[in-house]
Design a protein around this ligand. Sequence first.
Ligand code: ZN
Length: 450
Amino acid sequence: MPTHLKLNMCPIQNDKKCCSSPIYKIVNARLLMNHEIVEGSYLWFQNGKIINPQNLFFDHLREADKIIDAKGMLVVPGFIDTQINGAYGIDFADHEGSDEKIQADVDTVAKGLLQYGCTSFCPTVVSSEPAVYQKVLPHLNARKGSAAGGAEILGAHVEGPFISVEKKGAHKQAVFRTAENGIEDFDDAYGSELKKGSEAVSIMTLAPELSGVADAIPDLVARGVKVALGHTACKIAEAERAVVQGATSITHLFNAMQAFHHRDPGLIGVLGAADLPIPESSKGHPEPSDTSPCRTKPDPRPFYGIICDGVHVHPNSVRIAYYSHPTGAVLVTDALSAMGLPAGTYSLGGRDVAVDHNGAAYIKGTSTLAGSTVTIDECIRKFQKFTNCTVIEAVEAATLHPAELLGISDRKGTLNVGADADFVFLDDSTGEVQVKRVFVAGDEVDLSTK
Ligand code: ZN
């Protein structure tokens, strides 16, 4: 058969998925790729994955079935939130009610997050009793996203109960624990779900100065759990030792940790570390930057989550963190159940939380911050404003960096071939980004209810 008659026929006749699934092509877009904005290029996807168009032309002799006109907008990977306690009146630590109710609540939040461009997230559970983890964690296991089903779940972020009484924040002290028996104590606290590794628990926040905790870090890492340091009164030596043991992240930098002191800078001082061992693999570590201990090798310093709502951390502090370690910045909302709801009093982990008109949430009757009500797109806008970084760097702090932290940058946080087709179309014509269209696993999300 002459070649021109073969168009629209797939030579792999038994590859039904290839033959039948529509191919999409995004045109007229400015694409965020490899730390640059690329113009005049296209993005192709099929079956929820970004594909290489050359394979289509030369191997499968196919053209796109559907053209998506981005109308000059900036197209970036879907946003990833690695710390979010809930939204719309729902708290992921709430174990009351039936399994059906808990599942329905998780779905409600997962769907709602898509409206802000958040296409994957780590549902976060505050310090709880073992019975609570056993009930809620099975509902927070990793699962794929879809426009109908909501943002992808990347496994839970369990914050505590191996945390410091001194830096407890809004957590319930009665359930706090130490780990004299090492990993056994962790299994005792979280139950069988922890044995599933990152499928169930993708991030664990702990305080390394507590008895037995730092020594258990290698066992947690071996299970695929990313260890984050937070809610801690640790000194710099304890923090650096925990990083050497395998901790790769800091939880909500500046909040719930020792304030910076020049003679012992505590956990914050890790941002200034110059002699940590250089990681052998880049996976799970920040890329080198001008401030890295070695500018050509992965940065041994941990990533750091930062709540960029303008309340939890002063803009100048955000700027200091960013300029000390730009490739480690991970924007998190730390949003709680009141996100998406008006000012008022709500419940978080069984405690009353008052939300004011700025969106700041405090333990009722105190000045202790309990979490935020900010959305991830707003964090990006604020981060760009506070640090004066480029739109590329601001977006990467909510896409590439969290994907690198989780060790999933082969499928999340980039627009590279093989990555999931999670996209956000941004209007950046005013200088700050506004979410206009959202795709998750190749499905477009209906934003009309936004
Ligand atoms: Zn916290």
